[in-house]
Design a binder for this molecule. Structure first.
Ligand code: FAD
Ligand code: NAD
Ligand code: SF4
Ligand code: FES
Length: 807
């Protein structure tokens, strides 16, 4: 016989727990859910987005009516539980329904705090908590003009932004002298206020409300100082209170919320509580991320799966107002035992602060530029000691110096850690979905798992996880708009870069009105590439926009160490080079030395700190095994040694590799040269393959030996080595100028068409023009490791904040 589980509260916390339970022990319980609201379970945080007109009600349903049926759950929506009889183990509703339980979960959430003002019961005075409130605001905006929001916290400001979008005239009344004092310090708050004023919001600060004016319907709000503001609608957003009355009446132990232990157990056997109504270690949370963590622990407890319990959450907040980037986490105010690092740029409208105690970051406030938020939150959560490197977190070049990149962060997370706090989606869930459903873009992950579908704050992490799981080449380029930050496609962006002479990513994002002015991990590297391709002289490479491997000029491995591949032109080495490689392998405890598929030598297991020393000792050019660039030119032994060989493939390959090394390309490129049609170098599965024939060479293009195997197409037959180099240069420059960032030649050729490529290259003067552009770009390239070793600051960046990756 199945046990009976009753859940009171069909909200986010309770149902998240049931979802986990169904996965862990699908057949253990007969489940009954009571919910006061007449809807299936929905995403409350998305009400702000519905009010602002960015989502529709139907988009915010988490589990529709069918989900309950499919999982054999009895749902009583629109029924409020009015009594719990813990002796008889029964619950009773206000409509007279009674149900028995073996285990009971109380997840009744919070109630909005309504200021007990004279007149607060008038028509037009509401809270902002549920679908009904949201609908009331939308309807009111069609008939009335003036809205007053009381409370300048997260909820009040999101309500105010939504009401502005509904064309209302909005005043925010706040009791303190600066906004969001629970999340921001005065500096960030003043910057926020300025930005919101620019958006059209009005503020009445340090105002203590006295009464609500009007006959039946509100007409105004009066303050204790005697002043009055007109109002047709008043929204109270002055905080919440855990909804505990029901539990209290039943004899469950109460403090501010329902008191629970690490297993979400109350003082009464078989009665559990979680979510905003619960209080754990003295804290009743008001954000969703902790609720998912609690839900998972309780589900394990009920399923009989071992768990070490819930130990509290480090929470962070992000205001969901478009055009405003605000982040806050942990303990962000200065105390006698804390010190902080602050960066403020009034011109750029940026303010950043981290608070440090005993060498660890314990809190942060970011305004204007929140790109380091995930790294900082991760450091707060892990309690990483940053003694001596405090300044690098904010003063380093983006994440490349101070913190970890998004890929490094997700790599370091355990599978059951939550990536999307708004929707409680773990790393493991996303990885499984990527593998099982063949997902390759953030939008696909969003559609399948809901991750990144609410506040959008985790989008970079989801992208990082896609890159970590599939490799950068496996992540799909969006069909329209190169990413979610813009609706412009590649052609439109490249044209604007050319015609408007834009030379930095920031310029592009501002001028082309990116919706997220910091960009994301998809558009940042793409813009950096397009800018470098169009303006090789003027554009300064933006290291912080590159993927971790390209930034560190080495390949990050599963365990967080790096692999190093020195350039070995045409795959031909010497005894002296081999000796040096062997010495490095011994000196730096290289765990494995491997010959690669491209005829190179790969040294595995090198720490980030050792990378500069390794390259110094190797004294060889970088093999670019990590980059969107020429990787290798594979050669066969050719006419010098082979009795079938008709041409010197080795010499040809070495020359090609020396000519095109270090060239930035939209995606990686590989080449090969075979000395006769037997094609031992497998040239016809390379991005460009050269095959010797009697009296000349064939050039084959757009081959691929990876996931999508594609035999190369014959581009042209030529007679001389000079012609091979000319066609190769022209072909790659044409690819550089027309391909989407991250698009391999095989995909590009299928998209553009072989005939069109042939047409673009058939006239000698067109080829020469392309060659002259590629030659110019090549003349500007430098060996990255020579640059790093010759620059103390760049070199030092490898010493900062070691990456720890747990699998
Ligand atoms: C507009 C808005 C925006 C928000 N934005 C964010 C955000 O961006 N990020 C963030 O982290 N958090 C945000 N929050 C907070 C977040 O929504 C809450 O933390 C979360 O919904 C709490 O979940 P819960 O299940 O504990 O409570 P709820 O979601 O409130 O669910 C409790 C449910 O129980 C029902 N109930 C109560 N008593 C009974 C009873 N006796 N019988 C039957 N049913 C009962 C209630 O009707 C309710 O449906 C936002 C909240 C609002 C209102
Ligand atoms: N983006 C987000 O993460 C988000 C968005 C909306 C809501 N929420 C959550 O929902 C809950 C409710 O949000 P909230 O903003 O109402 O709560 P809150 O407690 O965070 O903020 C309430 C604000 O109202 C002010 N206030 C109190 N009394 C007042 C008075 N008499 N007159 C004027 N101002 C007064 C307070 O100073 C405070 O800043 C919170 O738990 C919040 O974290 C989160
Ligand atoms: S491709 Fe021809 S020349 Fe090169 S090794 Fe093979 S048989 Fe010899
Ligand atoms: S954290 Fe908000 S959508 Fe993922």
């Amino acid at each position: 016989m199945k046990k009976k589980l009753v859940l009171i509260g069909n909200g986010m916390a309770g149902v998240a727990c049931i979802e986990s339970l169904l996965k862990l022990a699908p057949n253990k319980y007969d489940i009954t859910i009571f919910g006061s609201e007449p809807y299936p379970n929905y995403n409350r945080i998305m009400l702000s987005s519905v009010l602002a007109g960015d989502s529709e009600m139907k988009d915010i349903i988490i589990n529709d009516w069918d989900w309950y049926k499919e999982n054999n759950i009895t749902l009583h929506a629109g029924h409020t539980v009015s009594q719990i009889d813990t002796n008889r183990k029964m619950v009773h509703t206000d409509s007279g329904m009674s149900t028995a339980y073996d285990d009971l979960i109380i997840a009744t959430g919070s109630l909005p705090f309504m200021l007990p003002l004279p007149g607060a019961d008038k028509e037009g005075v509401i809270a902002f908590r549920d679908i009904k409130d949201c609908e009331t605001m939308i309807v009111t905006s069609k008939m009335y003009k003036k809205a007053v929001v009381i409370g300048g916290g997260l909820l009040g400001l999101e309500a105010a932004r939504g009401l502005l979008n509904l064309n209302m005239d909005v005043s925010v009344v706040h009791i303190q002298n600066y906004l969001m004092e629970r999340q921001l310090d005065p500096t960030a708050s003043i910057m926020l206020q300025r930005e919101l004023e620019n958006q059209g919001m009005k503020f009445l600060l340090e105002k203590n409300t006295d009464s609500i004016l009007g006959k039946n319907r509100v007409t105004g709000v009066k303050f204790k100082d005697g002043t009055v503001v007109d109002a047709d609608l008043v929204v109270m957003a002055v905080g919440i209170r855990p909804n505990i009355e029901l539990a209290k009446k039943a004899g469950v132990e109460i403090s501010r919320g329902i008191v629970v232990n690490d297993y979400l157990e109350t003082n009464i056997p078989n009665v559990y509580a979680l979510g905003e109504c619960a209080e754990h270690n003295g804290i009743a949370y008001g954000l969703v991320a902790p609720l998912y963590e609690q839900g998972y622990v309780l589900a394990k407890r009920l399923a009989g799966v071992e768990t070490d319990g819930y130990h509290g959450s480090v929470v962070s907040t992000k205001l969901k107002v478009s055009g405003v980037n605000v982040f806050s986490c942990g303990q962000f105010t200065d105390q006698s035992d804390t010190r902080s690092v602050r960066v403020q740029d009034d011109f750029a409208g940026v303010y950043k602060k981290i608070v440090i105690k005993d060498g660890k970051i314990i809190g942060s406030v970011l305004f204007g530029d929140t790109s380091e938020s995930t790294q900082i939150l991760s450091m707060v959560r892990s309690g990483k000691d940053i003694s001596g490197k405090e300044k690098e977190v904010l003063l380093g070049e983006g994440s490349s110096k101070g913190g970890m990149s998004d890929v490094e962060i997700v790599a370091s997370m355990a599978d059951d850690e939550i990536i999307c706090g708004c929707n409680g989606v773990t790393k493991g869930t996303i990885i499984s979905a990527i593998h099982e459903k063949g997902l390759s873009s953030v939008n696909e992950v969003k559609a399948c798992t809901k991750a990144s579908g609410s506040c959008g704050g985790c989008k970079n992490l989801v992208e990082g996880l896609l890159t970590h799981t599939l490799g950068a080449d496996g992540v799909k380029t969006a069909a329209e708009g190169i990413c979610g930050c813009t609706t412009l496609n590649r052609e439109q962006i490249v044209e604007a870069i050319q015609t408007m002479k834009l030379t930095t990513s920031k310029e592009v994002m501002h001028v082309l009105e990116w919706s997220n002015i910091e960009g994301c991990s998809k558009c940042r590297p793409a813009l950096n590439y397009y800018l470098g391709m169009v303006w090789p002289d003027e554009h300064k490479d933006e290291a912080e926009s590159r993927f971790v491997n390209e930034r560190n000029h080495a390949n990050i491995q599963k365990d967080g160490t790096y692999s190093v591949v020195p350039r070995i032109y045409g795959g031909v080495t010497t005894a002296e080079q081999l000796k040096r490689i062997a010495d490095v392998a011994v000196k730096y405890n290289v765990e494995m030395v491997k010959i690669t598929g491209g005829q190179r030598i790969d040294l595995f297991g090198i720490t980030k700190e050792d990378l500069p020393k390794v390259w110094e000792d190797l004294d060889m050019p970088s093999g670019y095994a990590y980059g969107k660039a020429l990787r290798t030119v594979k050669t066969c032994v050719g006419s010098t040694w082979c009795r079938f060989g008709t041409q010197d493939s080795i010499q040809m390959g070495i020359e090609m590799e020396k000519k095109f090394e270090r060239l930035n390309t939209p995606a990686k490129i590989k080449m090969a040269v075979s000395g006769c049609p037997r094609n031992c170098a497998e040239a016809t599965i390379k991005d460009l393959g050269v095959v010797a024939i009697d009296g000349g060479w064939e050039i084959h293009v757009a081959g691929n030996g990876g996931t999508h195997v594609r035999a190369a197409d014959l581009l042209v037959k030529v007679k001389t080595q000079e012609e091979v180099l000319e066609w190769t240069g022209a072909y790659f420059q044409y690819y550089r100028e027309t391909a989407n960032y991250n698009e391999r030649t095989s995909k590009w050729l299928d998209r553009v068409g072989l005939d069109n490529v042939k047409k673009a290259l058939e006239r000698k003067e067109d080829r020469e023009a392309l060659v002259s552009r590629i030659e110019h770009t090549l003349s500007l390239t430098k060996d990255p490791w020579k640059e790093i070793l010759g620059n103390e600051e760049l070199r030092k960046s490898f010493e900062s904040l070691p990456v720890t990756i747990e699998s």
